[in-house]
Design a protein. Structure first.
Length: 227
């Protein structure tokens, strides 16, 4: 009986050791280098997106800053590299992947895109900064869109086009030209494209008009627009 008990205890102990080793191996596999780096990247992304900070936002931190980690500990970091390292050390030491993002310790100073230093006294001041960032972004997009010169010139109606069978279409507007060409193509799907009939008049960006006498003049105007 004693031998049986001894064998049982040894077997049970061996199973426990194997279980512990397997558990450690699984945990280590779960927290390999790539896993840690990916987690840190996601955490930093969420952290920056929260207040429109960093390259993806309108504001940059005036370091050093202090942050609270998932276990409530507070660390002061001198730059993003130090912040990344602090997050990596935390999740490896604590084996904790529940940390969504570090939390800022207020007050904190940030500098805007135009060089203005803004002091954030609390989390409730983040939302106005986010809204201002969106407005600035939309203003920049609107300015770029309005400044783009999509067309060097536009056709002055009426214009006439000639189809492959020799017939012509006189169009009083862009819509009439579009509908006429679509109707022709529906009835003649394999035919050559219609051609503008010259002379025709175009309006330039400055509002002035130019009369083009030939396809050559039209091509030259297009080339000058590209230049």
């Amino acid at each position: 009986m004693k031998h049986r008990n001894l064998i049982f205890l040894l077997g049970f102990g061996l199973i426990g050791m194997l279980s512990t080793l397997t558990s450690c191996t699984d945990t280590q596999d779960e927290f390999d280098d790539l896993t840690v780096e990916n987690f840190v990247d996601r955490t930093i992304f969420d952290f920056q997106a929260f207040g429109k900070f960093g390259r993806r936002g309108c504001y940059e931190f005036v370091f050093p800053i202090s942050v609270t980690l998932g276990d409530g500990s507070v660390v002061e970091v001198e730059d993003y590299a130090a912040l990344r390292l602090a997050i990596a050390e935390y999740i490896v030491d604590n084996q904790d992947t529940t940390l969504s993002r570090p939390r800022l310790v207020y007050p904190v100073d940030v500098v805007s895109d135009d060089g203005e230093i803004v002091t954030i006294e609390g989390a409730d001041e983040i939302a106005p900064l986010r809204r201002a960032c969106r407005r600035d972004f939309l203003d920049r997009v609107r300015e770029r869109i309005q400044s783009r010169k999509e067309r060097c010139f536009t056709l002055v109606y009426p214009v006439s086009v000639q189809f492959a069978d020799g017939s012509t279409l006189d169009a009083e507007s862009r819509r009439a030209l579009q509908l006429g060409i679509r109707a022709w193509r529906a009835n003649n799907p394999d035919s050559d494209r219609p051609m503008l009939i010259y002379p025709l008049t175009v309006e330039l960006e400055d509002g002035s008009t130019v009369e083009l006498e030939s396809r050559t003049a039209f091509s030259e105007l297009r080339e000058s627009c590209a230049e």
